[in-house]
Design a protein around this ligand. Structure first.
Ligand code: SF4
Ligand code: SF4
Length: 325
């Protein structure tokens, strides 16, 4: 069944045929290898803690823009990227998300940001760079930041500190095979949750989900009152120990601000399945969308509940009987 997506009238598809697109000459296609997950700031010691914890996870890198805003990126190639020729294998096809199709490659931000070795547009941080920044930051006694080195000083210092982001291809995670993950007591050293922590409200949100689920290791986590992104990664113990030894010896990985236990303190999550997320991937999205009702303008009138989504997934992927049965 062909999928139809009603988009707002001001949503323009700016895509050209591949040979005419600026993307065809873009080495590395950084936009297809760096998925922005959320924005953060560094205005206090608590902010520093959140950034440093994230920097301890594999395939997670941090970037600071000229505006001072921090973005958390998941560094992994989209499953549709031909990594030999750096070409999108679904360019212009129905299966490519509108998010990719509507991105204007002529005014692309990613290409200069990730190819400028002098970091003028974006400064990338791993844990050592972040610790350097913390040591050169002035704090009030209550932890508020009152001064940080200039961008020029950071860039000069980081010239002698090459970025060391160890990336790895996402692995299939056994705990996700049942498509359920408990709100509590899951593996906080492997799973990170990211916003929106809201339910989708229109067709564009589904396109954003489709774009994000194209990155291996990214899943959709569904509760009855909230949808989130689940990133399957891994805590790098050597980095975590370096960080905790120097700063917070009593800290444990489950204290991470992106762990579910911390989120639960801020928001009340709810699922009729009993404190369980339903975990979906890209192969389930088409069917989930088919059970969603839209109005004429593309706004969502009715979303399937978490339990219904689980049924949809199990219909698509019937479980094999246990060998022992
Ligand atoms: S959108 Fe930008 S970064 Fe992405 S492939 Fe095209 S030119 Fe390169
Ligand atoms: S689908 Fe989008 S993110 Fe994936 S390779 Fe194509 S352009 Fe890049």
């Amino acid at each position: 069944m062909k999928e139809t997506t009603i988009l707002p009238a001001d949503y323009k598809i700016k895509q050209e045929a591949w040979p005419d697109s600026p993307c065809s000459s873009c080495f590395g296609s950084p936009c297809c290898g760096h998925l922005p997950l959320t924005h953060l700031s560094f205005r206090s010691r608590t902010d520093f803690l959140a950034l440093a914890m994230l920097a301890c996870f594999r395939n997670i890198i941090l970037g600071q823009k000229e505006t001072g805003e921090w973005t958390i990126y998941y560094h992994q190639n989209c499953m549709f990227l031909d990594t030999h020729f750096f070409r999108c294998t679904i360019h212009g096809l129905d299966t490519q998300s509108v998010i990719c199709k509507s991105y204007d490659a002529h005014t692309c931000w990613y290409r200069p940001a990730f190819s400028d070795t002098r970091n003028r547009t974006l400064i990338l941080f791993d844990l050592p760079r972040l610790l350097w920044l913390e040591k050169h930051t002035r704090f009030l006694r209550d932890g508020t930041v009152i001064g940080q080195p200039s961008r020029t000083r950071m860039i000069m210092a980081f010239n002698a500190m090459p970025l060391s982001t160890e990336t790895r291809m996402a692995q299939k995670v056994p705990a996700l095979r049942k498509n359920l993950l408990p709100f509590y007591r899951h593996d906080a050293q492997r799973f990170l949750f990211f916003p929106p922590f809201e339910k989708p409200t229109n067709a564009v949100h589904y396109e954003l989900i489709r774009f994000r689920l194209g990155f291996p290791g990214v899943h959709l986590a569904v509760a009855d009152n909230s949808w989130a992104y689940l990133i399957c990664t891994q805590l790098r113990r050597e980095l975590f120990q370096q960080f905790t030894r120097e700063y917070f010896p009593g800290l444990e990985a489950r204290h991470n601000c992106f762990s579910f236990s911390e989120l639960q303190k801020q928001r009340l999550f709810y699922s009729e399945l009993g404190n369980m997320w339903v975990i979906a991937d890209l192969s389930h999205l088409h069917a989930i969308k088919a059970y969603t009702t839209f109005d004429w303008a593309g706004n969502i009138k009715r979303l399937p509940a978490a339990g219904q989504i689980l049924e949809i997934i199990r219909t698509l992927n019937p479980r094999k009987p246990d060998k022992a049965a």
